[in-house]
Design a protein around this ligand. Structure first.
Ligand code: ADP
Ligand code: MG
Length: 344
């Protein structure tokens, strides 16, 4: 065989290989149908929950197992972190002054501690004595006195706690911790990781309207996320997201009412008083834990907090009233809007 014949043979072999691979891929794709699986586990964090996965039909069992793992990790984290459950590690710390820390709890606590620094004190999980004071005030229908507020503020800082690798303790008897502004986001991230670990093509975890999602490169399109109108029914904006998290804090659902006046359920740790009512704050971030933190922090600061936002985090803050609303968006937020804001 001469050189020319060898080259021709080489090209033929290469072509056959390419056609072969092409045919194998086509038949490979034909064997699988892509399906969307969705579950709505009940009794999670006192709110609704949705777990969704995009999978090949042949991998249904594997995907269902991963979705169950996602649900289990949320329940596990709630069991460790909730202040509504007496035996959680955080409740034990609050009631008895010390608690053993599991790895997960230690991670959330450390994330919450860092958040107090990068939000310049707008997010502070140690402001629990103030949250309790305002909750009691609602029950008794009277605004707390300046003295009561000053007293509750005394222990509302991170110096009131010592954290070691395996345990945490209070240094101040009136100190207490409330991870309500980060636990949901943290749990969403961990649950989504359960789907990623099993190499599921796409996944979404939503707890009470806060969510994180992903789509691998082979899956086209985006996840559609609606943002509720804080002044009425329906949605005010629609976002399209391939990877990342969206969390919303709104005063339209949760607030304290004292002597007929509405107060935000979010406390401004810097003053001890409820934050000014910010009807709605939406945050898009790579991680739900960060989106959750920033949604609470921006509810305290309003749009002025945009100055502190890292570049990877985008937000829309709606201020004002139904009659006179004002909409504020960071430049990056607009890139996620699938149609212009429905501001009527
Ligand atoms: P939602 O539960 O509606 O998502 P948030 O994510 O904004 O609300 O979290 C609000 C919860 O965070 C409150 O119920 C309380 O437990 C806690 N919290 C309130 N104010 C603050 C604050 N300034 N910093 C950290 N946590 C807070
Ligand atoms: Mg939140």
């Amino acid at each position: 065989m001469n050189r020319k014949q060898l080259i021709v043979l080489g090209v033929c072999v290469a072509l056959c290989l390419l056609v072969g691979i092409g045919l194998w891929q086509t038949s490979h794709d034909l064997r699988y149908t892509r399906i969307n699986l969705v579950t709505h586990p009940k009794g999670i964090m006192g709110t609704t929950c949705t777990i969704a996965a995009i999978v090949d039909s042949a991998e249904r069992d594997k995907a269902e197992k991963a979705m169950k793992n996602a649900e289990d990790i949320i329940r596990y984290l709630e069991f460790k972190l909730s202040t509504w459950l007496e035996n959680s590690e955080i409740s034990r710390l609050n009631h008895s002054g010390k608690s053993r820390l599991s790895n997960s709890t230690r991670n959330v606590v450390n994330m919450a501690k860092e958040a107090a620094v990068y939000t310049h004190g707008a997010f502070d999980a140690t402001c629990s004595p103030l949250i309790r004071l305002w909750r009691e005030a609602e029950e008794e229908n009277r605004v707390p006195s300046p003295r009561q507020i000053a007293h509750a503020r005394e222990a509302s800082n991170w110096e009131s706690f010592t954290i070691t690798k395996t345990a945490m303790q209070k240094n101040h008897s009136t100190a207490s911790l409330d991870l309500g502004g980060i636990a949901k986001g943290f749990a969403i991230d961990k649950a989504l990781n359960m789907l990623r670990q099993e190499k599921i093509h796409g996944g979404l975890v939503d707890i009470g309207g806060d969510l994180a999602c992903y789509r691998k490169e082979n899956i086209e399109g985006t996840w559609a996320v609606g943002i509720q109108d804080p002044f009425g029914k329906g949605t005010i904006a629609s976002l399209g997201l391939r990877n990342g998290a969206v969390c919303t804090s709104g005063n339209y659902e949760r607030f304290f009412t004292i002597q007929g006046k509405r107060y935000s359920h979010i406390i401004d740790p810097r003053t001890g008083y409820p934050a000014e009512i910010t009807p709605s704050v939406t945050v898009i971030a790579p991680l739900a834990a960060h989106a959750d933190v920033w949604a609470t922090a921006l509810s305290v600061t309003g749009k002025d907090g945009f100055d502190f936002l890292p570049k990877t985090i985008h937000s829309m803050v709606i201020e004002g009233t139904k009659e006179k609303p004002s909409f504020h968006q960071t430049p990056g937020f607009r890139d996620y809007l699938v149609k212009p804001l429905n501001t009527k």
